[in-house]
Design a binder for this molecule. Structure first.
Ligand code: PGA
Length: 249
């Protein structure tokens, strides 16, 4: 049985004070909810506020990005050590906005994935096709390529903590959601690629989340697909009531 993981990706929204208010409103809405793993991913400036606010609860905290080096002259970057030592447990890697606007590549995703595993951060690795690739019938090739490159050099015995988020880029922030069938088909492609690379057992245990315009009113249809092991939620996670509804789909 794969325990579902529902993660909020706040992107570049919320000051530290707003983040604190959110947590205060959100925690009572999900008290005792242990069917799913719940993760909040605030911006780096709010981590230090959110972590103590959720300590002792059923909610964990993730970073939205990290550098692949432990430390160094990388102005503006955050290292895995910095995240880990303040109590961050998860980290999003290779989000499509990082790929699109900040030159993140399959190669940097792979480096970050290896580093996250070394620091025992749970990596949430994002992959997904853009609209032109889907329309050209290249979706499966793109998903297989991104998966293979992200996992380069990773051994089956190291892969257990890894979580994948399938996020079709055309569905992110657009209000267009992949149908449950489209998402499930993509998840099957990714899982069979993981099986080819790392073996059937690793593939069967790996959680594959869906992301892209998940809302309270489509969460049940998506998350009740056996292939979909949770969600990475952007826009609809910014409001505590709305995110709690998704968590409790
Ligand atoms: P969205 O974002 O829910 O606003 O589409 C999802 C994501 O980017 O992870």
């Amino acid at each position: 049985m794969r325990k579902a993981l529902i993660a909020a990706n706040w992107k570049m929204y919320k000051t530290a004070a707003q983040a604190k208010e959110y947590v205060k409103a959100f925690l009572p809405l999900v008290t005792g909810h242990d069917r799913d793993e719940i993760v909040l991913c605030p911006s780096d400036t709010s981590l230090y506020t959110v972590i103590p606010a959720v300590t002792g609860s059923n909610v964990a905290v993730g970073g939205q990005n990290m550098h692949f080096a432990d430390e160094g002259a990388y102005t503006g970057e955050t290292s895995p050590v910095m995240l880990k030592t303040i109590g961050v447990t998860h980290v999003i890697i290779g989000h499509s906005e990082r790929r699109q606007y900040f030159n993140e590549t399959d190669e940097t995703v792979n480096k970050k994935l290896i580093t996250a595993l070394r620091h025992k951060l749970v990596p949430i690795v994002c992959i997904g096709e853009v609209l032109a690739e889907r329309e050209a019938g290249q979706t499966n090739d793109v998903l297989r390529r991104q998966t293979t490159l992200a996992f380069a050099g990773i051994k089956p015995e190291e892969a257990q903590p890894i979580v994948i988020a399938y996020e079709p880029v055309w569905a992110i922030g657009t209000g267009k959601t992949a149908t449950p069938e489209i998402a499930a088909e993509a998840h099957l492609t990714i899982r069979s690629e993981i099986a080819r690379l790392l073996g059937r057992e690793v593939a069967d245990n790996m959680r594959i989340l869906y992301g892209g315009s998940v809302k309270p009113d489509n969460a049940t249809a998506l998350l009740s697909q056996p292939e979909i092991d949770g969600a990475l939620v952007g826009g609809a996670s910014l409001d505590p009531q709305s995110f709690a509804k998704i968590v409790k789909y």
